[in-house]
Design a protein around this ligand. Structure first.
Ligand SMILES: NC(=O)c1ccc[n+]([C@@H]2O[C@H](COP(=O)([O-])OP(=O)(O)OC[C@H]3O[C@@H](n4cnc5c(N)ncnc54)[C@H](O)[C@@H]3O)[C@@H](O)[C@H]2O)c1
Length: 364
C-alpha cells in the first residue's frame, strides 16, 4: 500500500516546466486539477479557441496562452506537454499528430487516451519516442485506480495462485460489422475501448486470440479472450444498461482464490481456504478470521484525498507517475506505448473480424 504522504504542488523542490494543449471539458474537470498535487510548473496553455486558452490560463495559473502549439513549444521550451484534445473530422485522434510534433520539438508527452486510432500509428509514436529520446505516456487511468492497482497486487501474490480467468464488464455499444470500416462510426468505441482494454492488458498481459458475439438491440457484445499466458477471459460490453447503474465489474480467478472489484471501489478478496468444508456437513458459512474474505470500500466523511474523484479514478496518480518518471529520467512503467499498442490491436480486431470468427491478436 502506498502510504507516502501526497505532497502539494508548492511543496516540491524540483518541478517540470509543462505546457498544456486543450482547454476542453474533461481537462477542466479532471486533469488541470491534478496539478495541485504534482511537481509541475504550468507555463502556458494552448487551445485553438483563444478565449478558452486565456480563461484556462487565468483559472489554472499559467503565465501565457497560445492558439498555435508549435509557437508555444518554440517560445516556452517546456520539459513536457499534456495533450487533451479531441477527434479529426475523419475520426482520427488529434492528439496522435500533436504528440508527434511535440516529440520533434524534444518535449516529453503525456496524452489522454485514445493514443491513436490504429496500431500502425502507435508504432510510429514508438519510433518517434525512441528517436527523440523523449517519453510518451497515455493516461490509461484504469491502471491507476487504487482498486485496480490493488487487484493487480493481489493477483500477483503467490497465495492467489496463477491468474486463470478474468471477467470485465463495461457498457459500450458497437455498430454493426458493416459500419465498422468507416472510422467515423467508431468514435465512441475508440474513445472507450482504452478503458477495459487497459484493465485487461494490465492484469492479464497480451491477448492471443479473440472472438465475440454481438446483439443488434443495443449493440452489446460478449468477447471470449485467450491470453498468451494460457489464461482465458470475457469482456462483456453491456450496452443498454440503465443510466443510473454502476458501469463496471471486474473479477479475476486464481487457484482456490478470487477477487472482485465492483463499481471501481468495492473490493473483495476471497482468500484461499486451508481446509475443505464438506458438502452437506458444514453448518456455518463463517470461516476463520485468518482466511476470511477481505473487503475494502472508501469512506465519505473526511475531507481526504482518497475520496476525491481525481484520486479514486486514477487521474492524480497517473499524472504523478508521469512527472516522477520524467524527473527521474526513467520511462513510465504504466500507460506505456506497449500497452496502447495492445489496446489498438484489440480495437482493430473488432473492426476487421466479423462476429463468430476467431481473430489472432498476437501469435503464440
Ligand atoms: N480518461 C477519462 O476519464 C476521460 C474522460 C473524458 C474525456 N477523455 C478524453 O479527453 C479528451 C478530450 O476530452 P474533452 O471533453 O476535454 O474534449 P473537448 O472537445 O471538450 O476539448 C478538446 C479541446 O482541444 C482543443 N483542440 C483540439 N485540437 C487542438 C489543436 N490542434 N490545438 C489547440 N487546441 C486544440 C479544442 O479546441 C477543445 O477546446 C478526449 O481524448 C477524450 O477521450 C478522457
Amino acid at each position: 500500500m502506498n502510504l507516502v504522504p501526497v505532497k502539494y504542488n508548492f511543496e516540491y523542490e524540483r518541478k517540470l516546466k509543462v505546457c498544456f494543449i486543450g482547454a476542453g471539458g474533461h481537462s477542466f474537470r479532471n486533469v488541470y486539477p491534478t496539478f495541485q498535487y504534482a511537481p509541475v510548473d504550468l507555463a502556458a496553455i494552448c487551445d485553438s479557441d483563444g478565449d478558452r486558452a486565456a480563461a484556462y490560463a487565468r483559472q489554472f495559473g499559467a503565465k501565457a496562452h497560445y492558439t498555435d502549439y508549435n509557437e508555444m513549444f518554440e517560445k516556452e521550451k517546456p520539459d513536457a506537454v499534456f495533450i487533451v484534445t479531441s477527434y479529426h473530422p475523419d475520426g482520427r485522434v488529434q492528439a496522435t499528430d500533436i504528440a508527434m510534433d511535440a516529440l520533434r520539438a524534444g518535449v516529453h508527452v503525456w496524452m489522454e487516451k485514445p493514443t491513436a486510432a490504429s496500431a500502425e500509428e502507435v508504432r510510429q509514436l514508438m519510433l518517434a519516442s525512441e528517436q527523440s529520446g523523449r517519453y510518451v505516456m497515455t493516461g490509461l487511468k484504469k491502471m491507476f485506480f487504487p482498486g485496480v492497482a490493488k487487484v493487480k497486487e493481489i493477483i500477483s501474490s503467490p497465495e492467489f495462485g496463477t491468474p486463470s480467468s478474468i471477467y470485465v464488464r463495461y457498457p459500450q455499444s458497437m455498430p454493426p460489422f458493416s459500419a465498422r470500416a468507416d472510422l467515423k462510426n467508431l468514435t465512441s468505441l475508440l474513445d472507450h475501448i482504452y478503458h477495459p482494454g487497459a484493465i485487461i492488458y494490465y492484469l492479464m498481459g497480451k491477448i492471443g486470440k479473440m472472438s465475440y458475439d454481438w446483439e443488434a438491440v443495443n449493440g452489446g457484445s460478449v468477447t471470449n479472450l485467450r491470453f498468451l499466458s494460457g489464461a482465458i477471459g470475457t469482456l462483456h460490453m453491456t450496452a443498454g444498461i440503465a443510466g443510473s447503474s454502476p458501469l463496471e465489474r471486474l473479477e479475476v480467478i486464481g487457484q482456490g482464490a478470487n477477487v472482485v472489484l465492483e463499481n471501481g471501489v468495492h473490493l473483495t478478496y476471497y482468500r484461499k481456504l486451508s481446509g475443505k468444508r464438506p458438502y452437506g456437513r458444514t453448518g456455518s458459512y463463517l470461516v476463520d478470521e485468518q482466511e476470511a474474505p477481505l473487503h475494502w470500500e472508501p469512506e465519505f466523511s473526511l475531507g481526504q484525498l482518497y475520496n476525491k474523484n481525481i484520486f479514486m479514478l486514477g487521474y492524480a496518480p497517473e499524472v504523478l507517475h508521469f512527472c516522477e518518471s520524467v524527473l527521474a529520467g526513467q520511462p513510465p512503467q504504466k500507460g506505456t506505448l506497449d500497452a496502447s499498442l495492445e489496446i489498438a490491436k484489440l480495437f482493430e480486431a473488432y473492426r476487421t473480424t466479423p462476429e463468430g470468427v476467431v481473430s489472432v491478436v498476437n501469435e503464440a
